[in-house]
Design a protein around this ligand. Structure first.
Ligand code: E4P
Length: 216
């Protein structure tokens, strides 16, 4: 299971990457806008910190525009994975990018049929948005399970990147479903580490250790 951080916040990326647990980064236009900084600056810094797949999203909605953006993004660094929205024009772009050897992450996936089509087009990753489905009273994780089954049935090499994860349970369920990657906000990665019994246990061990007589 690979862990990606879903953020464009370089300070957070630097801090959490130091744990040695971050395999890659996903961004989207909203996350980048939140930073209030020029996109190229952010990308340059992320690439220096994380040596793994860095998803950067196109904002064109026609295949030609997506292809032009994707080629420019891919030139930045070999780790760049181009995020393409799951629309018809996006599928045209994904097929062409696969032929050119440019890696893609198909984003905004909300149904198993969309995921199957993205795999047929040659997507490198598919990003089912779990939390956003939960938000509208669907069980978002069912989508991850369905995609994993469908891809296994036909041997598609497209990796399942569980996205829009909002809590540790999402992470555990995605792992149980067989997702290849989980991308999550920094706060969720911090939550994954925490357990109250770990903190209580450590406090007790350290308190007891202080009672051990010193060598005289
Ligand atoms: C995925 O790559 C997206 O950036 C992200 O997971 C969306 O999450 P959200 O629904 O919390 O915005």
């Amino acid at each position: 299971m690979q862990i990606f951080l879903d953020t464009a916040d370089v300070k957070e990326i630097r801090e959490l990457a130091s744990l040695g647990l971050v395999d890659g980064i996903t961004t989207n236009p909203s996350l980048v806008a939140k930073e209030g900084r020029p996109f190229p600056e952010i990308v340059d810094e992320i690439i220096r910190i994380v040596d793994g797949p860095i998803s950067l999203e196109v904002v064109s909605t026609d295949a030609q525009g997506m292809l032009a953006e994707a080629r420019d993004l891919a030139k930045i660094h070999a780790n760049v994975v181009v995020k393409i929205p799951l629309i018809g024009e996006g599928m045209k772009a994904v097929r062409q990018l696969a032929l050119e050897g440019i890696k893609t992450n198909v984003t905004l996936c909300f149904s198993p049929s969309q995921a199957l089509l993205a795999a047929k087009a040659g997507a490198g990753y598919i990003s089912p948005f779990v939390g956003r489905l939960d938000d509208i009273s669907h069980v978002g994780m069912d989508l991850v399970r369905q995609i994993v089954t469908i891809y296994r049935n036909y041997g598609y090499p497209t990796k399942v990147l569980a996205a829009s994860l909002r809590n540790p349970l999402h992470f555990v369920e995605a792992a149980m479903a067989g997702a290849h990657v989980c991308t999550m906000p920094p706060a969720v990665l911090r939550q994954l580490l925490k357990h109250p019994l770990t903190d209580i246990g450590l406090e007790k061990f350290l308190a007891d250790w202080r009672k051990v007589p010193k060598v005289s």
